[in-house]
Design a protein around this ligand. Sequence first.
Ligand SMILES: *Cc1c(COP(=O)(O)O)cnc(C)c1O
Length: 427
Amino acid sequence: MSKKRIETTCVQSGYYPKNGEPRQIPIYQSTTFKYDSSAEMGKLFDLKASGYFYTRLQNPTNDLVAAKLCELEGGTAAMLTSSGQAANFFAIFNVANCGDHVIASSAIYGGTFNLFNVTMKKMGIDFTFVSPDSTEEELDKAFKPNTKAVFGETIANPACTVLDIELFAKVAHKHGVPFIIDNTFATPVNCRPIEWGADIVTHSTTKYLDGHGSSVGGAIIDAGKFDWDSHADKFPGLTTPDDSYHGITYTKAFGKEGAFITKATAQLMRDFGSIQSPQNAYYVNLGIESLHVRMAKHCENGQKVAEFLSKHPKIEHVTYCGLPTDKCYELGKKYLPNGSCGVLSFNVKGTRDDVEKFMGALKIAQIETHVADAKTCCLHPANATHRQLTDEQLLAAGITPTLVRYSCGLENADDLIEDLAQALEKI
Ligand SMILES: *Cc1c(COP(=O)(O)O)cnc(C)c1O
């Protein structure tokens, strides 16, 4: 049989029950695991055998779901984390220490921006934020001798811009560092960044992968392609003995295919404990079983709603890469040929108060600090997540006072459009 197609991987991969075993992934709701002798358990502690001893490090349910995500993204190793925030923190902290520097696209999720710009800066890691539209020369200029990684988002939340993945990966590799990409909004159904050169892929599984707003979670997938040993001086954490783990050298013991995830598990998960609960991993897997079906519908609704709004006299501007007038239309065609996602943003003509009146009149779309699940929702950043900012500060952050972020769920597109139309009549 030829290689499985993405739809079959969504449904079937990761877990292969043997004769008489449960068809659905078992939830290993156990903190610990029993062994016949200390010697056997010792082999696990020395990373000489693989197995489970304590759920803070690894859990079988989580590993089955991580294995499915690994196959979906085309990686060699993967792990789940407690949230998307934990995934991005681990992905960067696994290669960058105090005194190091990282380059990140400025068009990223606000929570990630805060993590990098405030919290990780306090840990002594310096970040340079570059425009997602940077040229190769502009990216080159951002590198320093201590740069350890480049970071971006396939489709930026909430900017809805599409990243030139090939360019960012190429420049990262030219400077001997990995390119880490957050693929939350596109999902592996619509874009597999590893095929375009990315080295590490992260996810907030909270969004489309779960897809039903049930569970906060994250994931990290390693392409297994970055040769840490060729840049050994830059990445001593992976290429020299880890004193906190019996002097193991991750690249020697696990090769470039397994070093990154093994280090992140043995060291970061051990010390920070940001494990996903097995129950949540189970829900994420249920979501992934229908991911390919849902993403097509999210994209269909996103496209129809974007087209409707772009022609509406009370709407100033719509950002959605499926619109031929969008500045990311060509990048979208290249990296997201089957569609991007269900999230779009638009500006209402009028004032902040008009936006509130319009959103208050919506009957199907609900006001939520969330995106990317089955139920359509919307947010007015100027009066919610960014309400402490003045209009001038909002503009500096790339958010206009009348911007609305709208996440198309799985409802009927005509119902969403009629809902928007009646609410726009109220202003
Ligand atoms: C939501 C989100 C995150 C953070 O994920 P949590 O699961 O909420 O911690 C990170 N990146 C992107 C692109 C997101 O949309």
